[in-house]
Design a protein around this ligand. Structure first.
Ligand code: ADP
Ligand code: ADP
Ligand code: MG
Length: 445
């Protein structure tokens, strides 16, 4: 078993990982930036070490400082969480070369899936239906026009190295395509230091349905059902649920089987998520694979009673998976709401600052993953997500009631949050009636 893990992350996910390690008797080392001297993850870990100044590229993305900290503290492994270095294949490679276990898939797998256009090709070859589009990267605007003519408008331009909903534009005609081509290329260069882009058919009014997979290092793999992450703003997830109201047991099994087969075929291990779009005819298309733990993993944990972080640690320790597909049971319904320090009235502008008063909701079936506390100062430097509420009810109706109750109880004084906005979603008739698609927020609010 792993003995001492360095957690190369911050915020709620660092706290989440520390707790899982503690339960398993694994020692933890937190890394923190100068902006995070008073952070909860630093306090909760057994040991901690500063890895640099506030900007991420000088601390949480500072490969040299993080590797040095790992060696200095005598850690045998690194958990990268999500974001930051979690999908950096050269970092994973470096870890393994110097005998530090990177808790995640192999660097080859991260590289294969990290290039979204290459990932589509790989998945297509593994028998997964993919969104129709360009064969790989589109090198120039003429080629883009040609592809769009073939697949038909609207089309979507996407950064091949993209993530976090950035580097994506929809074009409804040739004029827009020509205009957006350069814009997306520029955005991709700035955000991901890689300006390669690809084109897909824009699937209209889809649901975002993703399948959680889990594979050990001996070729055993199961899926843990789907998560419906259709409620998005600017291609970023806001509210997630499982099971999805549009997925029948038959479709769940079909998508799950295709996902598991693909994972086995490419030789992927550890946990991962295969993201699909599902259209009105219930046809589904692979979009991308995230080779890390996801923000919304807890809703799967509550309905399957499987601790995904602990499973990551066990798999990375070289343990054989104790589950077979028939052991995976789905009980009840779960919702997650992402609480961000932002102002919905000012175009969701981030709202860092000091938390003056705080009351965190609780109760039967209510879980809050967070790293905030009264008096905590949210730094302006990082992601604005400050908490996640996860509820588990016997059915969707009960989950919605629980979530409304929890949101109503949450008190965060000192900064603006999206709590009221989330409450309005839960009161929306179309949401309640399961009548929504990825355009829900832009249409209804
Ligand atoms: P999830 O599917 O887990 O919800 P998101 O796409 O919301 O993942 O991303 C999780 C976190 O990681 C967010 O903070 C997001 O900003 C960050 N992130 C994801 N992909 C990238 C990337 N390629 N580059 C930089 N940050 C990323
Ligand atoms: P990221 O890496 O930023 O998560 P994704 O490729 O997963 O990017 O896409 C993010 C979101 O953008 C999806 O959840 C979906 O809402 C929308 N999207 C992406 N591709 C398409 C498409 N071909 N048609 C319609 N919507 C899309
Ligand atoms: Mg995605």
């Amino acid at each position: 078993m792993l003995k001492k893990v360095l957690i190369a992350n911050r915020g709620e996910i660092a706290v989440r990982i520390i707790r899982a390690c503690r339960e398993m008797g694994i020692r933890t080392v937190a890394v923190y930036s100068e902006a995070d001297v008073n952070s909860l993850h630093k306090e909760l870990a057994d040991e901690s070490i500063c890895v640099g100044p506030a900007p991420s590229n000088k601390s949480y993305l500072n490969v040299k400082a993080i590797i040095e900290a790992t060696c200095l503290k005598g850690c045998d492994s690194i958990h990268p969480g999500y974001g930051f270095l979690s999908e950096n294949s050269s970092f994973a490679k470096m870890c393994n070369e110097i005998g530090i276990k990177f808790i995640g898939p192999s660097s080859e797998m991260i590289e294969l899936m990290g290039n979204k256009s290459k990932a589509k090709e790989t998945m297509k070859n593994a028998g997964v239906p993919v969104v129709p589009g360009s064969d790989g990267i589109v090198d120039n605007v003429l080629e883009a026009v040609k592809v769009a003519l073939k697949i038909g408008y609207p089309v979507i331009l996407k950064a091949s190295a993209g993530g976090g909903g950035k580097g994506i534009r929809v074009a409804y005609n040739e004029e827009e395509l020509v205009k957006f081509y350069d814009i997306v290329k520029q955005e991709a260069k700035i955000s991901f230091n890689d300006d390669s882009i690809y084109i897909e058919k824009f699937i209209e009014n889809p649901r975002h349905i993703e399948i959680q997979v889990m594979a050990d290092e001996y070729g055993n793999c199961v899926h843990l059902g789907e998560r419906d992450c259709t409620i998005q703003r600017k291609n970023q997830k806001m509210l997630e649920e499982t099971p999805s109201g549009i997925i029948s047991e038959k479709l769940r099994q079909k998508m799950g089987k295709i996902a598991v087969n693909a994972v086995k075929q490419i030789g992927y291990s550890n946990v991962g998520t295969i993201e699909f779009l599902v259209d009105k005819n219930k046809d589904f298309y692979f979009m991308e694979m995230n080779t890390r733990v996801q923000v919304e993993h807890p809703i799967t944990e509550t309905i399957t009673n499987i601790d995904i972080i602990k499973e990551q640690l066990k798999i990375a320790s070289g343990k054989k998976m104790e589950y077979k597909q028939e052991d995976i049971k789905f009980i009840g319904h779960s919702l997650e709401a992402r609480i961000n320090a932002e102002n919905p009235d000012k175009n969701f502008m981030p709202c860092p600052g000091e938390i003056k008063e705080l009351h965190i909701p609780g109760g039967n079936g209510i879980r809050v993953d967070t790293a905030i506390y009264p008096g905590y100062k949210i730094p302006p430097t990082y992601d604005s997500m400050i908490a996640k509420i996860i509820v588990h009810g016997k059915d969707r109706k009960e989950s919605i009631s629980k979530m409304k109750s929890a949101l109503g109880e949450f008190v965060i004084d000192g900064v603006n949050t999206n709590i009221d906005f989330l409450y309005k979603i839960l009161e929306n008739k179309n949401f309640i009636n399961n009548n929504y698609d990825t355009s829900f927020i832009s249409k209804e609010f």
